[in-house]
Design a protein around this ligand. Structure first.
Ligand SMILES: C[S@@+](CC[C@H](N)C(=O)[O-])C[C@H]1O[C@@H](n2cnc3c(N)ncnc32)[C@H](O)[C@@H]1O
Length: 352
């Protein structure tokens, strides 16, 4: 059980009624709180929770329409995101309690100060490196719209400036990540056919791909419903259309792709998490057609090399990838990287 859930269960009497758990971890907490409902925006958590708890799980960027008398927010990493989520929940809780739970290293103490906007916050518990806070909402604010949180900026991309619309909580909110910037320089010469931006975030790479290859079917995939919402806004801001998929990992992607482009994930919240990227590398060959291309960001290459180095002793084959290993180079070039034997099949599929 996640330590934040354990802290909630230490005060289980408070949560026996109709409580909405927002951004909860995919654990067994709901089995201990039979009247509780959930709201999640991560497709992996949603799939895992829905398999066990069915219709008690709401998914998406809006507070579920179900009735509730209290809500618990599991503090997300980004402060602006928790501000918005708290306002959305408080809007539905006039005169009712709003709880906040989170890890100390996840910023629970500063997030708790945000509760002052709704009343007098009280710390209820502190254990397992987590804290639980409560505020009784005295003046419910109007529900803020998602669009009101959007931040629009412009980035250099092939073919000129691209408008990017990002949302709180989405990767690199309000600014261009260095890895993304380098990927944008390597979108030339892709084979004709369907293209995938894996882990699309605010949709920068996917939108640039669609504008550069207007004939191609471009898919933008991310596990986070807010990333997909931001991607939709980014595409719209540039007059582009593409397929949007909110799914956990490469398994949700189409097959027969001409290229997969990715600035892949290495974190979940404040924790390092390699599973999605490992899975992407292991299975990308199943989604690429013969002669297809796989390109990831150079920063990702550094992390991949570091985390897999101990296993490279068994590597027998190599794979050609686009993008450089060094972010300092002005003109990154294709590099040969040695990869674990279990990735050997990629080379065959890439057919370089
Ligand atoms: C490093 S960010 C890159 C975002 C965007 N491509 C950019 O360059 O600005 C990685 C993205 O992968 C997404 N992600 C994390 N785990 C995932 C998973 N299991 N399946 C799909 N996407 C995932 C994250 O939500 C995040 O948006």
């Amino acid at each position: 059980m996640d330590p934040r859930s354990e802290v909630l269960l230490r005060q289980a009497d408070l949560f026996t009624g109709r409580v909405l758990l927002a951004g909860l971890p995919a654990d067994g907490l709901l089995s201990q709180l039979p009247q509780a409902q959930a709201w999640c925006w991560n497709a992996a958590d949603q799939a895992s929770l829905a398999a066990r708890f069915g219709e008690r799980i709401g998914f998406g960027t809006q507070v579920p329409t179900v009735e509730f008398d209290a809500a618990v927010l599991f503090v997300p990493k980004a402060k602006e995101f928790s501000t918005w989520l708290l306002a959305c929940l408080a809007a539905r809780l006039n005169g009712k309690p709003l709880y906040l739970v989170g890890e100390k290293r996840g910023g629970i103490e500063s997030a708790a100060r945000q509760l002052e906007a709704f009343g007098k916050p009280r710390k209820l518990d502190s254990a397992r490196h987590c804290q639980l806070w409560r505020v009784d909402v005295e003046n419910a604010p109007p529900a803020p719209s998602l669009e009101s949180q959007a931040n629009t900026f412009s980035v250099d991309a092939p073919g000129g400036a691209l408008n990017v619309v990002s949302l709180p909580g989405v990767f690199s909110h309000g600014r261009l990540d260095r890895g993304t910037a380098l990927l944008l320089q390597h979108l030339e010469g892709l084979p004709a056919g369907a293209l995938l931006d894996f882990g699309c975030g605010a949709g920068i790479v996917g939108a640039a791909l669609k504008r550069r290859y207007p004939e191609a079917t471009v898919t933008l995939l991310d596990v986070d419903a807010f990333a997909i919402a931001a991607s939709a806004l980014t595409l719209q801001a540039n007059g582009l259309e593409a397929q949007l998929v909110c799914a956990d990992g490469i398994d949700g992607a189409p097959c027969e792709l001409a290229a997969i482009i990715s600035n892949p994930p290495f974190h979940t919240g404040v924790h390092t998490h390699y599973e999605a990227s490992e899975n992407l590398l292991t299975k990308c060959s199943l989604h690429l057609r013969k002669g297809g291309r796989f390109a990831w960001s150079p920063i990702a290459s550094c992390v991949i090399r570091r985390c897999w180095r101990p296993r490279w002793g068994t590597a027998r084959r190599s794979m050609k990838v686009t993008a450089s290993r060094s972010t300092r180079r002005k003109k990154p070039e294709a590099k040969r990287l040695r990869l674990p034997a279990r990735l050997g099949r990629i080379r065959t599929v890439l057919g370089e």
